[in-house]
Design a binder for this molecule. Structure first.
Ligand SMILES: [Zn+2]
Length: 202
């Protein structure tokens, strides 16, 4: 018999790993989707989710265990999020945060790269690689230099004339990574920030 579920297919939810009938547009089952904690939006900064619970699990599964289903789920969550659509408005370039090389050398999936590539394709904006010099110099930073308070960024004066760039990262803790890229690029681009999850103080 025909039903509304005609487009749904039997799939495994990337969150709970149950097999159920999901329309192609849904990455997670509704229960898992509800378990995600919303992020926050500031002037030039958007985080889609809090780095907590299921989202944190998905990131660790994608990054550390190289689990394709978890990575695909994260990319899709980012792609279709309403706040992503808002953050992409007026953006001319997307760039992944350059945590990548450290991760790649350690066999970890480069989530920011996948996110930025997908946003570039989906929204038809140019993809930029992070400056090479930053990639080589950088190490894992999550536990270094914790600044008080969460990431805050003010555009330099007269940056209105510059091309717009969205810098994309998977997790922001203190925002130190974003700050360092911004310091290098802020006189060439008007920079905005999008992170999948933020673990910063509220
Ligand atoms: Zn689920």
């Amino acid at each position: 018999m025909q039903s509304n579920d005609r487009a749904s297919v039997e799939r495994v939810c990337a969150g709970c790993e149950r097999t159920l009938s999901l329309p192609p547009s849904l990455v997670l089952c509704p229960t898992c989707k509800w378990a995600l904690h919303p992020g926050r939006t500031r002037t030039s900064f958007t985080s889609l989710y809090r780095y907590y619970g299921l989202l944190r699990d998905l990131i660790l599964r994608a990054k550390v265990q190289n689990e394709p289903r978890a990575l695909a789920a994260l990319v899709d969550l980012c792609k279709v999020h309403g706040d992503t659509q808002r953050a992409m408005r007026g953006i001319e370039y997307v760039m992944p945060a350059p945590s990548s090389l450290w991760g790649r050398l350690h066999g970890k999936a480069d989530i920011p790269w996948h996110l930025a590539k997908t946003l570039s394709r989906t929204y038809g904006v140019s993809f930029l690689s992070p400056p090479f010099v930053l990639r080589w110099r950088w190490r894992k930073q999550a536990h270094r230099k914790r600044t008080k308070g969460f990431f805050h960024f003010t555009h330099p004066q007269n940056s209105h004339m510059l091309p717009t760039l969205l810098l994309v990262d998977d997790v922001a803790t203190s925002g130190e990574t974003l700050r360092r890229v911004a310091a290098r690029l802020e006189h060439h681009y008007r920079i905005y920030f999008l992170v999948l999850a933020d673990a910063g103080e509220c």
